[in-house]
Design a protein around this ligand. Structure first.
Ligand code: GUN
Length: 293
């Protein structure tokens, strides 16, 4: 049977490490790291993500501030809030939860965030610095996946890694990180227009699935002994569950897992690591690790 890569347990360990470090820096007279989150509207997924981020702040000993707006907020009002947070010396880092309502230009909002407080790692300065191997805030999901691969001793050097999905948040940064020196994988990125996707997957030592289609990766696409990382968290209606849905990954876990040497479950795999990496980025922001004050 495969090794189950336990993101929930790993995230708990890292959060305990962060909390210890926070108490240590507070003892030196520093104030608590402070993360702010802007949430626009009432999307169920976003509500859950932001609530989990606020809870993670408490677990790590951080201060957190949640700023809510209705979904009829104008772009100007949102940009004004971003500007306020940029200049608020009490805030170390902040995020604007995505997606935003259609009438707001998401890219304009991302680029308005001071890159030194961009703990999501979405600002082009952070994206560009990460791509050329300079210190930068790195998007939390790919950073968390890299951390899981490291902590579970998954060999990456010279291995063939196939990434499914080319999003700015996961697929693209993941591909950059996997080719960096020290990680040293050979990377193929597949997307909705790829014609050889199944063949690429069958040849892969590591598959990272981030396309948001439940059970897209089936057993016939996976080489025996491969490592499979599942980023998918699609809500699928399920009347037997208390909340009326269950989370489905991008991988047909039941049939794929027996083939793998290691695999992440959904839930409890990549998801908890993502929030934990946001906490690490916030700690780094508080300590001016990437951008000296
Ligand atoms: N929406 C989905 N994932 C993310 C994330 O990592 N950060 C933000 N801000 N919004 C998201």
């Amino acid at each position: 049977m495969p090794k189950i890569i336990d993101g929930k347990a790993t995230a708990a360990t890292i959060k305990a490490e962060i909390k210890q470090e926070v108490e240590r820096i507070i003892a030196t007279g520093a104030r608590r790291p402070h993360l702010a989150a802007i949430l626009v509207g009432h999307d169920g997924g976003s509500e859950t993500y932001v609530a989990n981020k606020v809870r993670a702040c408490e677990e790590c000993g951080f201060q957190s501030t949640l700023i809510r707006f209705e979904d009829d907020i104008t772009e100007e009002e949102l940009l004004a809030c971003v500007a306020r947070l940029n200049s608020d010396t009490d805030i170390d880092g902040f995020i604007v939860q995505l997606p935003l309502p259609r009438h707001i230009n998401e890219q304009r909002v991302i680029e308005a965030i001071d890159h030194r407080k961009d703990v999501d790692g979405f600002h082009p300065i952070n994206v560009g610095r990460m791509a050329i191997g300079l210190p930068a805030f790195i998007s939390a999901t790919p950073k968390g996946i890299l951390e899981l691969l490291r902590r579970y001793d998954v060999a990456t050097r010279g291995k063939k890694c196939v990434i499914l999905g080319r999003s700015n948040i996961v697929g693209k940064p993941m591909s950059q990180l996997m080719i960096q020196k020290g990680v040293d994988a050979t990377v193929t990125v597949c997307h909705s227009r790829s014609t050889t996707l199944k063949d690429e997957c069958r040849a892969a030592d590591i598959i990272i699935a981030a396309i948001g289609q439940p059970a897209f990766v089936t057993a016939d696409m996976v080489k025996p002994g491969a490592v499979v990382i599942d980023v998918g968290t699609t809500r699928v209606p399920d009347a037997t569950r208390p909340r009326g849905f269950r989370l489905s990954g991008d991988v047909d876990f039941e049939h794929v897992a027996p083939l793998c040497s290691a695999i992440t479950p959904v839930p409890g795999g990549v998801g908890p690591m993502t929030i934990c990496m946001l906490m690490l980025n916030t700690l780094a922001a508080a300590r001016h690790e990437y951008y000296p004050a």
